[in-house]
Every structure is written in structure tokens, then in C-alpha cells.
Design a protein around this ligand. Structure first.
Ligand SMILES: [Zn+2]
Length: 154
């Protein structure tokens, strides 16, 4: 080894890299996203043991540990169970602020569905009814639902 290399202080530098990647979504998620993209339908799966309906569709029940193969189409409407309003922009956010992250319990589902509300934020609240607004051009992504929006009286 060259002498000068023994005398060099070993510094470390911090950095970040972006690593684009692609992976197979799996058969259950593929069916869920294909239905969202091609038919504008939100699909869930029902557990054969506890009868709970999960959305987005999942392959196995996290409570009973059994495979779920009964598919259920859910309406694009439900109730806000929780929300938070985002007022600061960040590259990772799915929309320009202000918008809200919402947990929506679709009618007929037993678990909440995470999505966003982009308008009428002043009308948002727990218990508020909201409806999914689908994009015209969809590509098999959870944001094929552009956002949910408040509906009806509150
Ligand atoms: Zn179950």
C-alpha cells in the first residue's frame, strides 16, 4: 500500500439516491387494481370465517389467518372515520396542499380505506359522507381514484 493512503483520514459523506423499481403486485392486488383501472370498481374480499369485508382486497384475513377468495364490489361511497389536513407541500405528497388524508369506511366494508380529499375541506369531518371521484384516464394505481369528495348534507 502506498504510504500516503495510510495517512488519509477515512471520511464518510451522507447522500441519498433514488432507486426506481418495479415489482409484481400479486394476484389479489392485480385483480383489485385491474378492476379499478378497467371498470372503475372498488373490490374487497370477505373472510369466510369472520365475514368481515376488507378493502382494498387482501388475500388473507389478518384476524383469522385464512385465505379470502370471496370478492365483493363496494360502492364508491362511505363515511370519513378520521382525517388530517395537509398544508405544506412535499414531493412525496399525492396532491398539492391543502388537501386531506382521510380514512374512509366504504359502505359494506369493515375496515377503513386510506385516500385523500382535495376540495370542500371546510365540509370535512368525522362521520361526513364522501364519494370517490375516478380519473378519466386510469392506469391501475390507487390514485385512479382522483380523490373523495364530500356529498350530501352534513
Ligand atoms: Zn376473518
Amino acid at each position: 500500500m502506498t504510504d500516503w493512503l495510510r495517512e488519509v483520514e477515512p471520511l464518510t459523506l451522507k447522500g441519498q439516491i433514488a432507486v426506481p423499481y418495479t415489482w409484481w403486485a400479486g394476484d389479489t392486488a392485480s385483480r383489485f387494481f385491474t378492476a379499478l383501472r378497467d371498470e372503475g370498481k372498488i373490490l374487497g374480499t370477505r373472510c369466510p370465517e369472520c365475514r368481515k369485508v376488507f378493502v382494498p382486497a387482501r388475500r388473507s384475513c389478518s384476524r383469522c389467518f385464512v385465505e379470502m377468495d370471496q370478492w365483493v364490489e363496494l360502492p364508491p361511497e362511505g363515511v370519513v372515520e378520521a382525517f388530517t389536513i395537509v398544508r405544506y407541500a412535499h414531493p412525496i405528497q399525492p396532491a398539492e396542499p391543502p388537501f386531506a388524508y382521510v380514512l374512509v369506511k366504504l359502505d359494506g366494508a369493515d375496515v377503513s380505506f386510506l385516500h385523500i380529499v382535495k376540495k370542500d375541506l371546510q365540509d370535512l369531518g368525522v362521520g361526513r359522507r364522501v364519494r370517490a371521484v375516478f380519473k378519466e384516464k386510469r392506469d391501475g394505481h390507487i390514485l385512479d381514484i382522483d380523490a373523495f369528495e364530500p356529498v350530501g348534507e352534513h
